[in-house]
Design a protein around this ligand. Structure first.
Ligand code: SF4
Ligand code: SF4
Length: 250
């Protein structure tokens, strides 16, 4: 039986016949706290042919609530197999289906031990996704160290969008007020791992159809409340540690 390895020593088993699904596994799509009250050890099952991607966010939120409840009630999550715990069985899973894989990442996020660990995992996973989206494509169309947006605006700027006003309140009203971001390294990479900056797309990119919306990124959409989403989007020029610290208190 093929396996998907999750963090924290959890595994998901992939099955191909309905008969291979354990009878006592709970259907993730019909999960209610009431149904699991009398069970001491819980495993889940997912039939991807029975759920649509529109339901993923709702199911993940419910699973997170149930997991917290199981921990409070000291119930055993997953079935021990050697040094791993089988937490879930999946059927009709397509390993090339991006939406299904995003859903699996969501399950992985849920079974971290603390909220901080979960946020850290989500943050890193989304940043990796955003980086890989740009990797090797030169979507910003840098030529002679100047990006497409700045060239089309006939600007003298060579720092892409990694710059801000020194005196914020006066913005463009005073000359030479624009300075490079303090996290911009000499090799033009970012030393801050700032998710807000990575989500940013200027007019130039949007004209090419590149735009990131939090509601289109399942990990961000399912696990953060509206205020947290606002800060994820707007805390630009900010290091990762500071952003996660803010998310923890919201
Ligand atoms: S996002 Fe836009 S402004 Fe920023 S570097 Fe790319 S093209 Fe330039
Ligand atoms: S924090 Fe943002 S603006 Fe600063 S270097 Fe990193 S990506 Fe650029």
């Amino acid at each position: 039986m093929a396996t998907i390895n999750l963090d924290n020593n959890y595994d998901i088993k992939i099955v191909h016949n309905i008969g291979e699904l354990p009878k006592n596994a709970f259907d993730i799509n019909k999960l209610k706290i009431f149904n699991i009250l009398s069970t001491n050890q819980i495993t889940f099952k997912i039939d991807f042919s029975n759920i649509s991607s529109k339901q993923y966010k709702k199911i993940l939120k419910q699973l997170l609530r149930i997991k917290s409840f199981l921990i409070k009630m000291k119930k055993q999550i997953g079935q021990q197999e050697k040094d791993k715990k089988i937490i879930c069985y999946v059927i009709n899973y397509d390993k090339n289906n991006t939406l299904q894989n995003d859903f699996i990442l969501g399950i992985n996020a849920i079974f971290f031990n603390t909220r901080y660990e979960r946020y850290n995992y989500i943050y890193d996973t989304v940043c990796k996704y955003l980086d890989s989206f740009f990797y090797g494509k030169n979507l910003c169309d840098f030529k002679n160290n100047q990006c497409g947006e700045k060239r089309s605006a006939n600007s003298n700027s060579y720092v892409g969008c990694c710059h801000h006003y020194k005196i914020k309140l006066l913005g463009p009203l005073i000359p030479n007020n624009l300075i490079p971001c303090e996290h911009l390294k000499e090799n033009h990479t970012c030393g801050a791992i700032c998710i807000g900056c990575k989500l940013f797309t200027c007019d130039y990119l949007e004209k090419q159809g590149v735009k990131f919306r939090i509601k289109d990124i399942l990990l961000l959409d399912a696990f953060f409340n509206p205020l947290q989403k606002y800060f994820i989007k707007t805390m630009v020029f900010t290091p990762k540690e500071k952003i996660i610290k803010r998310l923890m208190i919201l």
